[in-house]
Design a protein around this ligand. Sequence first.
Ligand code: GLY
Length: 395
Amino acid sequence: MLCYMLVTITVCLAQNSSPIDSRKKLSGIIHDNFADGAKQYKVLKSATPPDSFPRTYNPQTGKSVNSNSGWWCSGFYPGTLLYLYEQTGDQSLYNEAVRMLGLLQKEQYNKGTHDLGFMMYCSFGNANRIKPLPEYKEILLNSAKSLSTRFNPTIGCIKSWDSKNPSDFLVIIDNMMNLELLFEETKATGDSSFYKIAVTHANTTMNNHFRSDYSSYHVLNYDMTTGSVKEKKTAQGYANESAWARGQAWGLYGYTVCYRETKDVRYLQQAQHIAAFILKHPNLPADKIPYWDFNAPDIPNAPRDASAAAIMASALLELSQYTKSKDAREYRDVATTIIQNLSAPAYKAAAGTNGGFILEHSVGHKPANSEVDVPLTYADYYFIEACKRYKEMYK
Ligand code: GLY
C-alpha cells in the first residue's frame, strides 16, 4: 500500500526527485493553496454584497456576479469557507461562513429544487461536522424531508427539474450529488426512508442514465404515468449523445459516495467503470483537465473545465481508497496530476485577482453561452476538498 502511494507521487511530480521529496513538494503546494485560498476568500467577501452569494466573476469586464440563496450553488461559498477555516484556523473565515448560513437556512423548506444536497449539505453538513449544533441537525433534517418530496416511487427517482408538460419527469445526472444528504440523515435520525430513496434513485439512474461505455446522458425524461424513459438528451452538454465533462464527474463522485454509504459492490463497480471511461478517453488531455465536453467539436481549442477536473480529483482520491487493484494507483496518479496542475498559474489565480475566486477557467453552461471560461464557486469547493483529502491520505 505504502509502495503504491510512493509510486503514485513519483509519476506525477518532478522526474528527478525521490518519492518522499515529491510528496513533500505537493504537500507544500497544498499548504500554500489553503493559505492563498483563505486570502482570496477575504477578497471574495469584500467583492460580494452582504446579502448575496458569490456566483462568478467576468474577467473581461471585471464584474462580480452574485445570487440569492435559492441558486443551486449557494452552499459552496460557506462550504469552502469552512474547509479553509479547518485548514488555517482563521476564525474570521468561520464567522463569515456562519453569517452566510443565516442567509441560507430558509432554503431548508425549498421543495422547488433537487439541489438541496449541494445547497445544504456542502454548507450545513460541513458546519455540523466541524461544530455540531441542534439547529444545524434540524436544518439538515428539514432539507432531507424537502428533497424527499420530489421522489416519485413509480419512476424510482427524485425529480430534478419541473416541466411545463405534466407527463414529463426530468432527471439529470447531477442529481446523484444530492443523495449524500439523504444517506447522512438516515444515519443521523435512524429513519431509513431517506436511505431507501437514495438507493432507489441510484439504481434507477444506474439502469437508465448510462451508455454501454459508461458515459452518461445529462437529462432523462421519464413518463410520469408509466415510469418508462421517453427521452435521453442534454441541456448543458454539446449534444444529446456527447459526454458532458461535469456530468461524468458528478456520476463518478455520486457512485463513489453510494459505495461509501452502502458498501454495495455494484456502486463501486459503477464508479470504477465511470473512472475508466474518463481516464482512458482519447480526448482527456495529458494534464488531465478535461475539455468542457469530451466530444466538443473544436478540441483541442475547446475551453477546459476546471470544475469538472476538481470534482474528478476529489472523487478519485476517495475511490482509490476503496480498491486494492492497480486502478487505485491510477486514480491517485490522476488526482495528484489534477491538483498539481490546478495549483499552477495556468489555473490558480494570482493573489487579489479573479474577483477573489481561487480557480480560473471553468464552464457553467456552454450551449447557453453562460459562464464560459470563468471562475465558479463549485470549482473552488471541490478543489479545496481534493486538497484536504490528499492531505488526510498522506499525513
Ligand atoms: N447543474 C449543475 C451543473 O451545472 O453542474
